[in-house]
Design a protein around this ligand. Sequence first.
Ligand SMILES: Cc1ncc(COP(=O)(O)O)c(C=O)c1O
Length: 466
Amino acid sequence: MTDHSSLKQTAEAALAGMHPYRDRLPTFTRLPEIGRKREEVLSELREIAGQEDARWETGQVSGSYYHAGKEHFAFLNEVFALFSHVNLLQRDMCPSGTKFEAEIVSMTARLLNGGPEVAGAVTSGGSESIMLPMLAYRERAKAERGITVPEMIVPSTAHPAFDKGAFYFGIRLIKIPVGPDLLADVEAMKEAITPNTIALAATAGNYPHGLIDPLEAISELAREHGLGMHVDGCYGGFLLPWIERLGYAIPPFDFRLPGVTSMSCDTHKWGYGPKGASVVLYRSSELRRWQYFAVTGWEGGLYASPTIAGSRSAGISAATWAAMITLGEEGYLDMARKIMRVAETIRSGVDGIPELRIAGDPTFCLAFLSESVDIFHVNDYLIARGWRMNGLQRPPGFHFCITRPQTEPGVAERFVADLRAAVAYAKTPPPHPPKSGAVYGGGQASIDPALIREFIYRRLDETYEP
Ligand SMILES: Cc1ncc(COP(=O)(O)O)c(C=O)c1O
């Protein structure tokens, strides 16, 4: 293990930077005796929201802001305001919620080539849309196959939401290292199947490298063994269909594959809806049943909820629905066209930088790797130029996930120019280790995982410090 003092220093500095408003705004650790004036509060919030938005509006921030423009969001906020106070649990009071959510599910299922038999639910986000099918597969396997120590097999690049689902629901997650092509190793997945396996999963547009796993082969494997198969389309689900329609060669990734029994697809990413919504889809409504929850003998009456949350604001679903029907196919296609133009500009720029390579053959999320320079020195330089990439490990790298802010004129060209300069910087690096590699991957250093976990938990604690 390495000397961790510089890591500790970096972590402490990061914690100290988490409260920039302490000095500028009043801090409330208890309720004010008399409420503050709305106008005063609004004016403070306008200022800090404006400052925070200014960072990503440059187009220099990878992913995170799946923003379809100010007018679009002003409209969504108007819709949200009409239903923000409404509780989706009380459907007798808000049949509108049924209209919104049933139509969101149906439109998403059709987009992913699901027939009328495909059923689903609106959830709070991608993680929930991954965890609910894990629960469903666990419950089904317990009832139908008597499995009490359930196992699920995923490639190592699968999103941590699978680990979270395993943690919450007592499922053993078998993570199979990806092959040298960074794609799921189907043979190794096959070898990992045991009598306790409840499902397989893989990704259509994975987070680290934006790549699509060999889903057709995994679908066949699932069918041969009578297992469930989840395709995580949280990232790619709302974008790959349009990229495919634009004529790019995208292998089938959805319900066209007969072994696919469930999918997750985030409306709060390239669906351009508000944060806090996603869709989980199942091959049949019978399979969806296993995620439901009901209590029949409670003093408070009958209780049932289809997803993890209890009360939910109808505002999110109303705004998601409104985003989908106002953008329509034409709007989504247009946005995908612009995103792919940016991706192509960056990819051809990288072709002219021999020290860099892009992992695999991606579409909207490009991961940069290097065998000849320290990729985190490259990232350090980009950070100094105002870019915010997402750090990767095994292999060390970073990715640039393209969303609408990058489609503004000149952003892609500016990125390529800065990337070229960043590689020149990394070729004659400074004497100190790169800063951006300190936690993610740590360059070649071997950092005690327990120590990293402790820092991460401290950071989570810190988010609840006023
Ligand atoms: C492939 C993939 N799956 C799942 C998720 C989790 O989504 P959420 O953060 O909405 O829970 C993400 C988030 O980026 C993702 O990229």
